[in-house]
Unconditional design. Structure first.
Length: 454
């Protein structure tokens, strides 16, 4: 009875007196156009809007070249006369999967950059129908609405409504970190046949940004290759100059650069598990997205980057980093290969933020000894007091590591009031330092002092 009343009073349910426009003829002509040659012109009038400050980014037609056993897909990107080439390369045997037919990968790679730099796109090669529809209709408007300064790029080009050849491979990235090994543990022997992992891939599209990146990337490649060999996966190693050609803040934009490497190989993948986020879906956030990690809105962005031929999942999205660590605690491949470190020393250093986070989590789970092959557990036990002080400081500092909350709840009983007091001093100092780093003059002074002392 109540529902009936609501239905009658809700204006959304009242019938319009007449249709605003007739759709019958328009649909049939659009369909005829779309399916006549598999292409449909798509043109947003770049001069019709008021934003005259926008620059034009032209993505030239991508092409594939093979040399020295490697195949390279590249496209020239013309930013109002400044031409840069972006390339992505794989071993020659995977060259046939490089997608030269579409602009998709390059469009996604530069989408967030263009939103920040106020650019519009002209794509010489067509864009996949669903990709263009999804990013224009859902992704761009949502991000712009929730931000104070992002621009909504206009996109011009042809729509490709054809199906591409697709090998139906199922892949995930293999950094051997918590997220990556969680994707392997959960999907290697999936009961869903079309979602069973077949390939592991190690991409270099921005994560390896240190001066010594070649050495570290080589070590990581060998480590991942050995993992794939031992557990029977195909292994692909790729390289790209995207981060050099268009430098972007990796934390804020990693979803875009990573999906660039997925869409470049969209003729290979039927399913791709993108495993990057340390948060679960409860942390979904669009507000002020220009200042936050892009993994906070993967629940929106990854479906927008997917198509009927390639489904991209935010793998592990139902779990926190701690819950993933818990699942891996008894996973033998993780006990042999886990690598979470941000240093350049090869293995885990035990002392960087990611090593500390993982060690205290394993401590809370009572699983330290199981990981003695990848961490120096004796060192941890010897310095456990310092690790617990660091853990307590993360709870006090408003900018502390949120991913150790669950470990803190378990280990709290081992943290004495004296240790808490010490942690408070550390937390206040860390907070002041992080705030001061945002003031350009103080940052400059700090760098000068730090440089002189190093
Ligand atoms: Zn480390």
């Amino acid at each position: 009875m109540r529902e009936e009343t609501l239905a009658l009073t809700d204006p959304a349910f009242s019938l319009p007196e007449e249709l605003l426009f007739s759709v019958q003829g328009k649909i049939s002509s659009a369909e005829q156009l779309a399916f006549s040659d598999g292409m449909s012109k798509f043109f947003e009038n770049l001069s019709s809007e008021t934003d005259v400050s926008a620059k034009i980014v032209t993505i030239r037609r991508p092409e594939v070249k093979t040399f020295n056993g490697r195949s390279r897909l590249s496209a020239k990107i013309d930013v109002s006369g400044d031409v840069r080439e972006v390339w992505f390369e794989v071993e020659e045997k995977y060259g046939k999967f490089l997608c030269f037919e579409r602009s998709d990968a390059f469009l996604v790679a530069l989408l967030n950059w263009a939103m920040r730099e106020r650019c519009d796109f002209v794509c010489e090669a067509p864009v996949g129908e669903e990709l263009l529809y999804q990013i224009r209709t859902y992704l761009i408007p949502s991000l712009v609405k929730a931000s104070k300064r992002l621009h909504a790029p206009k996109i011009s080009g042809e729509i490709d409504v054809k199906m591409l050849p697709n090998a139906g491979a199922v892949g995930t990235g293999i950094s051997c970190g918590i997220d990556s090994l969680h994707a392997v543990a959960c999907n290697a022997q999936s009961p869903f046949p079309h979602l069973r992992l077949t390939h592991l891939i190690l991409n270099n599209v921005g994560a390896f940004s240190h001066d010594d990146e070649d050495r570290q990337f080589r070590w990581q490649t060998e480590h991942a290759k050995q993992f794939a060999r031992e557990y029977g996966f195909e292994f692909i190693q790729t390289n790209s100059n995207l981060a050099e050609a268009f430098p972007q803040n990796h934390l804020l934009t990693h979803t875009y650069s990573s999906i660039f490497s997925v869409l470049v190989l969209q003729k290979l993948w039927g399913v791709y598990f993108y495993a990057s986020s340390g948060y679960d879906f409860g942390a979904f956030e669009l507000k002020n997205n220009e200042f936050n990690s892009s993994d906070h809105y993967e629940l929106l962005s990854l479906p927008c980057f997917s198509s009927r031929q390639l489904k991209i999942y935010s793998e592990g999205g139902a779990k926190t980093r701690f819950e993933k660590t818990k699942l891996l605690a008894d996973f033998v491949p993780a006990q042999k290969y886990l690598h979470v470190c941000t240093s350049d020393i090869g293995g885990n250093c035990n002392v960087c933020g990611k090593c500390r986070r993982t060690l205290v989590s394993l401590d809370a789970l009572g699983k330290l000894e199981e990981f003695c092959a990848v961490f120096d557990i004796d060192y941890y036990k010897l310095h456990r007091r310092k690790y617990l002080r660091w853990l307590a400081a993360q709870q006090i500092n408003p900018c502390g590591d949120l991913m150790v909350k669950e470990a803190f709840k378990i280990l709290r009983k081992d943290i004495s009031p004296v240790l808490f007091a010490e942690a408070s001093v550390l937390a206040v100092a860390a907070f002041v330092r992080s705030r001061a780093a945002k003031i350009p003059l103080l940052r400059k002074i700090y760098r000068k002092i730090f440089k002189r002392n190093s």
